[in-house]
Design a protein around this ligand. Structure first.
Ligand SMILES: [Zn+2]
Length: 311
């Protein structure tokens, strides 16, 4: 990290409300610090991935600043009635406590180890409950291209990166009434034409901007193409950071993600990213996109309100 004073955020280009629609909060001191820094950077709300036991204490302290995406309970996968019983009543109770989504962390290693893919028919009771309760699905599919070379080179176990998307397209087709938000630019900021094709095929698909380091690196490398993609798909992109409080966390870690995304979406200059990036061969130059106000308003606020049905 270099010498940026994160306690003093840069001026916003426009006075817009912002929702961070993807963080991970545990009920902890770090969660309080993250909320404080998010508010310093202009966040008006957050959608936090949390477990059902954590939502009440978090809401007691932070009120309806927080909404939640819950982890499903997969323990009864082979018994549809029991799986429904494990999940749907919890979803129903938590809906009243601010739950707006379920989180599916379907990375290649999860798929392989659990033998479970997003379009698995065994998940139907969960998705049907979500459709009834109007909960969205926040999903993680695939991982950076470079990880497929380094960690997932065994295609029999982990499939090719492209084949990881069959589970997403299967679920999008099976549950047209559910809004799916594919995190981290759909897991494929490397290949925007692929994302454009998916967005054109499935009107229930949205992307979030979370995983700042990865997204800023890939989009900056093709700044003009990325800017055009974002302007064209402004209705389908949702701001988020994916900041996590599991391992504690400090001001520099929390604030750096807000800082970099602010400068990436609003700024007009290039700068060296203050985030260390083990996946990059050299320090990453972030290239400001200078997005127009109506695009920022959708990405920062309107789309999250609509897709997660916030009130
Ligand atoms: Zn996440």
């Amino acid at each position: 990290m270099n010498e940026i004073d994160f306690s003093n955020p840069p001026r916003r280009k426009f006075p817009l409300s912002i929702i961070d629609a993807h963080v991970h909060l545990t009920d902890s001191k770090s969660a309080d610090l993250l909320v404080e820094i998010a508010q310093l950077y202009g966040m008006k709300r957050m959608i936090a991935v949390s477990s059902p036991e954590e939502t009440s204490p978090l809401r007691q302290r932070h009120g309806d600043f927080l909404h939640f995406a819950l982890w499903p309970d997969y323990s009864q996968l082979n018994n549809a009635a029991a799986l429904r019983e494990k999940n749907v009543p919890v979803m129903e109770r938590q809906r009243a406590n601010g739950a707006v989504a379920m989180k599916f962390w379907f990375k290649p290693e999860f798929n392989y180890k659990q033998g479970l893919y997003l379009d698995d028919e065994r998940l139907r009771p969960i998705f049907e409950g979500m459709a009834e309760l109007k909960l969205a699905a926040l999903v993680h599919i695939a991982d950076p291209d470079i990880w497929f070379q380094r960690c997932y080179s065994d295609k029999r176990k982990f499939l090719s990166k492209r084949d990881n998307y069959r589970q997403l397209t299967g679920a999008l087709a099976a549950y047209p009434g559910i809004n799916f938000v594919a995190a981290h630019f759909g897991g494929n900021p490397e290949e925007l034409p692929h994302l454009a094709e998916l967005l054109a095929r499935f009107s229930n698909l949205y992307l979030d901007t979370s995983a700042t380091k990865w997204v800023a690196r890939e989009l900056s490398a093709k700044r003009d193409e990325a800017r055009q993609f974002i302007v064209e798909h402004a209705e389908r992109i949702i701001f988020g950071t994916d900041l996590v409080t599991y391992h504690g966390g400090d001001q520099a870690y929390f604030a750096s993600r807000y800082y970099v995304q602010q400068k990436l979406w609003e700024g007009s200059e290039d700068f060296i990213s203050p985030i260390d990036d083990a996946d990059a061969a050299r320090p990453v130059t972030v290239r400001g996109m200078d997005l127009p106000e109506e695009v920022l308003r959708k990405i920062y606020y309107d789309n999250a309100m609509k897709v997660y049905r916030l009130t």
